[in-house]
Design a protein around this ligand. Structure first.
Ligand code: SF4
Length: 389
């Protein structure tokens, strides 16, 4: 069995960004410790899944070693380091821990010398920053608390503490973003030299404050200053050119890394390798089944402390659904899809499905590999829908 990844969800933030519809809340710090206690109990009791939730864990899963941990959110860097340490210790006590990559999501304004040193001592060796933009105007409009200077302050603190693998997230399409401000954000990024970069296209989420405003034609939350779809596509293309020229390897539609520093944990999602998720709303996949915990942290906590499993969704992945995942996730990776392997494993022929895409210049073939053609990354969904017909 491939090595196992573990995701831990911390659903707390200091404020709510205007574009965000994640299940995260702004709560009193007094709720952090009880939540962490519940997560530790869930981790230690993970073998109960079989009996209590009907999830059939492959036998090998219990023996697999854990090589990646990703503590995400929310803003897990809000927690006192000792609470992060407790969750990592619970994983070490419960699983065969051979950690090679332990990532913490952090907001730049939450970083201090003491925290960074404690994170490194706890085993955290990678930090993913929600930078989103280097323009204070864009950050303010999006409801972010940090400013450009916080990123410049925080990155050297992490490096001084020993954390040498830093990832920056940027969002293409924030209100007030222009071609110039986007290029400036990319330039600042080059000055700080993170090892890894994720670029996400702004998506209108009908559950977010900004999304609701956009859909109702309102002007609050700077809705009138959101760039057009064409501008966003241009921002993305600019990022592809810029990051390539700056020595980053583009390995997934939204992700670039310095050679050898691709996110090992996230690669498990795209390669359909097993991972377990702990915490409110966390998702798990064991190779044949997927399940997810209750999103509401209070409900999650009540279930765990009441001795019940917090699972609210569970599905056995059918062969058809697995094939769909293979194609969708495979196309997102720039190495492409190993068509030969999929044809063998699923007993199907894919040649006819890819032929019209290849003729239209949307995909290209190299031996057994099929990948999105250069310059067609922004139409991956169109290609995927065509493949599933
Ligand atoms: S920090 Fe992240 S999770 Fe929290 S509100 Fe902002 S975008 Fe959402």
């Amino acid at each position: 069995m491939a090595r196992l990844g573990i995701y831990v969800q911390v659903p707390f933030c200091q404020t709510k960004c205007t574009y965000c519809n994640f299940h995260t809340g702004v709560v009193s710090a007094a709720r952090f410790s009880p939540y962490v206690e519940a997560v530790c109990r869930e981790i230690r009791g993970f073998r109960n899944l079989d009996a209590a939730a009907g999830v059939k864990l492959p036998e090998e899963l219990g023996k697999a070693s854990v090589d990646t941990v990703y503590i995400g959110g929310g803003t897990p860097s809000l927690l006192e380091p000792v609470l992060l340490q407790r969750m990592l210790d619970a994983i070490r006590e419960t699983f065969i821990a051979k950690f090679s990559e332990v990532t913490l999501e952090a907001d730049p304004e939450t970083v201090s010398d003491e925290k960074a040193e404690a994170w490194f001592a706890a085993g955290i060796n990678r930090v993913s920053f929600g930078v989103q933009s280097f323009s204070d105007k864009e950050l303010t409009a999006a409801g972010r608390l940090h400013r450009r200077e916080d990123v410049y302050r925080a990155a050297p603190i992490l490096r001084a503490a020993g954390i040498r693998n830093i990832s920056f997230d940027l969002i293409a399409g924030l209100p007030f973003q222009t071609a110039e401000s986007w290029k400036d954000s990319l330039e600042q990024l080059r000055a700080l030299q993170p090892e890894h970069v994720s670029v996400y296209l702004f998506e209108v989420d009908e559950g977010s404050r900004l999304g609701k405003e956009l859909l109702s034609g309102g002007a609050r939350y700077s809705a009138g200053s959101v760039p057009s779809d064409d501008e966003m596509a241009n921002f993305y293309e600019t990022a592809c050119e810029f990051l390539g020229a700056a020595g980053y390897h583009h390995y997934e539609i939204s992700n670039w890394a310095k050679p050898g520093l691709e996110s090992r944990h996230n690669l498990k999602y795209w390669r359909r390798e097993p991972y377990l998720g702990f915490g409110a709303g966390a998702h798990s996949f064991c190779g044949t089944e997927r399940w997810a915990n209750a999103h509401d942290p209070a409900e999650y906590g009540r279930a765990i402390m009441g001795g019940r499993l917090p699972i609210e969704q569970h599905e056995v992945v059918t062969a058809a659904a697995a094939l769909e995942e293979e194609l969708f996730l495979g196309l997102r990776q720039l190495d492409g899809i190993d068509v030969g392997r999929i044809e063998r494993e699923y007993g199907i022929a894919l040649g006819e499905r890819f032929a019209p895409m290849e003729a239209a210049g949307l995909v290209e073939k190299e031996g057994n590999l099929v990948r999105l053609a250069a310059g067609k990354l922004s139409v991956s969904n169109e290609v995927f829908v065509g493949l599933m017909k």
